[in-house]
Design a protein around this ligand. Sequence first.
Ligand SMILES: Cc1cc2nc3c(=O)[nH]c(=O)nc-3n(C[C@H](O)[C@H](O)[C@H](O)COP(=O)(O)OP(=O)(O)OC[C@H]3O[C@@H](n4cnc5c(N)ncnc54)[C@H](O)[C@@H]3O)c2cc1C
Length: 641
Amino acid sequence: MAKVLDSKIPAGPVPEKWKEYKAHQRLVNPKNKLKLDVIVVGTGLAGASAAASLGEMGFNVINLCIQDSPRRAHSIAAQGGINAAKCYQNDGDSVYRLFYDTVKGGDYRAREANVYRLAEVSNNIIDQCVAQGVPFAREYGGMLANRSFGGAQVSRTFYAKGQTGQQLLLGAYSSLSCQVKAGKVKLYTRYEMEDVVIVDGRARGIIAKNLVTGQLERFSANAVVIATGGYGNTYFLSTNAMGCNCTAAVQCYRKGAFFANPSYVQIHPTCIPVHGDKQSKLTLMSESLRNDGRIWVPKKIEDAKALQAGTKQGWEIPEEDRDYYLERRYPAFGNLVPRDVASRAAKERCDKGFGVNNTGLAVFLDFSESINRLGIDVIMQRYGNLFEMYEEITDVFPGDVANEINGVKYYKPMMIYPAIHYTMGGIWVDYELQTTIPGLFAIGECNFSDHGANRLGASALMQGLADGYFVLPYTIQNYLADQAVWPKVPTDRPEFEEAEKGVAAEIDRLMNIKGKRSVDSIHKELGHIMWEYVGMGRTAEGLKTGLKKMHDLEKEFDTNLFVPGSKEGLNVELDKAIHLRDFFTMGQLVAFDALSRNESCGGHFREEYQTEEGEAKRDDENYFYVGCWEYKGKGNEQQPT
Ligand SMILES: Cc1cc2nc3c(=O)[nH]c(=O)nc-3n(C[C@H](O)[C@H](O)[C@H](O)COP(=O)(O)OP(=O)(O)OC[C@H]3O[C@@H](n4cnc5c(N)ncnc54)[C@H](O)[C@@H]3O)c2cc1C
């Protein structure tokens, strides 16, 4: 890996060029019968919306997803909502304000031009989704309802109970299905992209594995779009779906696409705490809960100790002995501070011994005040499915009365703790969402551009759908306009042959290690290393130790991995092994980037660089750039010194 500094971050308003896209649109008008093929990898919100839009515009789209249906993509997990600058609340919102909040929330490290465009199209997304029939929550009078999310002092988040991602995905899926029926999109479910094929320096196709038969297949097209999500599962335990992986992105990186800002990893403050070593997944409790839930720990250390020992319960602690530390430290935003700030503040309290569960790694999220004020029915309307999800996992229902002190009812609080959630880093893209490989585009969570060092809540869905419905379908035409005269590359070219052979050789290598350790046991160990040394608080020394441990563990993976079964047919363990190979590359990238960034910023917190109050200390003079990493071959990674 070598680091390239990209300090030319375009800033300011949208370039004039944006207005010219309409001209290119004519090129792909179905009436012109141009045969331009585009591969879209992924059917999350970004991929499904892009494939549907490209199909509608007349392209022939090949769309791949790992799951058996696009409806099962990870985006379905999104709970809280999606931002837009509609200003339905008349609270002073505007395109500029959404742009400003997003840039500020990202600790000023997002590419401003992209964010401005994002804010501009945010309102169109809501209109588009309403037209598709997405059942957003409504006020009594029929207007779409809004709630607030972290880092904003206006209410701009549109939502569908606690299942916004699912409803948006169903909308995108119905558009996609229309195009499948119209013959413009060919959908390949249970297919995984394993490599990108480069011909004469341009992305011309992919090698994919049919996950059911185990066969490798070649796909050729005029352009390739990856919409394959983030790399949070490098940490093993995260709020991401178990199938989330970074294989497609890492493979593009190996083929020459730059990887930008990998150390910007988001740790979400409101997740159900880890409860044991056998756990394989963490569960998010949506940030929307911070609208009505108050976060606190005891003021007195003896109360905290009693909670940890199980001799006291949270609801036995009276109001005056509770420390609502976010409201105390950040009165302007209170419980709705950005995620990086809330996560660090929880860690700070727990590190000082004020944690509230048996591990000492949890804080309370308490609805007593809002239930007393609004009534349980209103709270259930807003968060019912989240309360039920919490009860299913912990056996505690946050709407149950637990105690009454001085005539005030106290309800059972949730316990929460920060966990890995989202990755702001990703494949580097330019303003047109094109990577450093011509013809290869990256959209949604797998690119790096819009969230800087920290993503604000409800803005990932906004970005995924902006990219898919409104940005990529136009920008890709600037590339394809020149490609219209080029014939599609046949799949029997040597470049396809070579790429397929490479994938097959890797599969054989993994199958033939025949060691003793399962994929999960090694992945779990990698996750421990990542969390401990490359997690919420990082130090130069810890990062070097982490890199050394990762290096040693990767050797163990290469020599002692056991993949049962055969490469023919369905073999989930083999697929996980391929993903783990790439999580190793990713983990090292995150650590190298974190080591080279001698400052704290957003989701990247270096303990050496903090203020006296424990806040992140940015160094804009030296680290304002986007750090791009270029692959230099296995074994040529930078070694820890
Ligand atoms: C629990 C949870 C709650 C969230 N809540 C919110 C919220 O309320 N608001 C918000 O804005 N954001 C939220 N987010 C974040 C948001 O859901 C994601 O960032 C967003 O959905 C990512 O969309 P995507 O299309 O980029 O990727 P994904 O939804 O991850 O989709 C990736 C797609 O790529 C496919 N894929 C991956 N690799 C390959 C491969 N090699 N070959 C073929 N296909 C591949 C997968 O099958 C999948 O279809 C939440 C995230 C989580 C985990």
